[in-house]
Write a protein that binds this ligand. Sequence first.
Ligand code: ZN
Ligand code: ZN
Length: 413
Amino acid sequence: MIPNFEAKLNEYARLLVEVGLNVQPGQTPRINASLDAAALARLCVSACYDRGAREVVVDWRDDFVSRQRYLRADGAVFSEFPSYQKAKFDWFLDKGSPNLSLTGSDPELLKGVDPARIQAADLAAGEPTKPFYDAMTAGKFQWCVGAFPTLAWAEKAFPGKKEEEAVDALWDAIFSVCRITGDGKGVERWREHVAAAARRAKTLNDCRFASLHYKNSLGTDLTVRLPDNHVWAGGSEKSAGGVEFVANMPTEEIFTAPRWDGVDGRVYAALPLALNGNLVKDFWLELKGGRIVDVHAGEGEEVLRRSIELDEGSHYLGEAALVPYDSPIRASGVLFYNTLFDENASCHFAFGSAYPSCVRGGEEMSEEGQKAAGLNQSINHVDFMVGTRDLSIVGTTHDGREIPVFVDGNFAF
Ligand code: ZN
Ligand code: ZN
């Protein structure tokens, strides 16, 4: 049992609702939760009403029911998407409802299910739900993704522990990386954290760097040119209605996109990479004119190569993110097998697609326009960690001034 668990869970729910979603009086938030997360979801409901919500709607799902359907329902249902489901998505979109998703991944949930059924279901849901998810990524309404432990996930992240012990260990890890202590001040701590991220993003944006130079004792020696109109973002964002929200809880990164054709040198991974159910270890990438021209991995090299060869764009980088070495996620020493957490453990790059918002006006550009502006295009996006205790990053401005960005693994400002 975790000491003070009830107080911590309540503090966590308030964090998700008050900082993550930032529910405003009169709004109708939707909470998407598994029955396994019922205790947390109920506390979130209370926190939403405390904020003056007009009505709180919970969409419950149940892993047992989902699995049974995938295994036993008539095969024809997977290519149908019921009109009442589509009406529901449209209704929430129309209301501009804040959307909270409580995720807990069970890697075995669909084990043994005919992949054709999964593919058909994804395909059938794609078109009808596209307006909703497009509006969400574009920040038309507030949204937030938070986590809760499932047994299967906990036992994967803590292979030495069993059942309740593993779940407790995962709760402990989630609380600590979300800065939840049980003292009731998690919301205040998170507001400070988000403000600090905004200050750093502003400093980086004001510098208008032409390039960054990464160096450490692993052997990383990499020059990364940035698009002329690049934008650093991190911490919180603003919805179309002007409400500040935090889409991922937790978040530690401040990120932008490298110029897809502007990366040269070698970069060493600092942490193993969980890729399609496999682990890639001790690897480096060599880049020339932005393109990955050579790869080596101590373990899992074939899996890594296959991912890089998925399409042309996978050969280029699409994200450069800065995370202090002293971040609580790295300090926890846990490999979560969940991107929401793992990508916040360390400075990272991603090979594959860039976020359009990383260039001023990027969201309004055509794909060709985005590419010309420096943003990489791909169906892939794979984050890999490069931050070490001794990582240094020096920025060079367009008039040739050199400014330290990272010293000894942490921000220089
Ligand atoms: Zn990232
Ligand atoms: Zn990423």
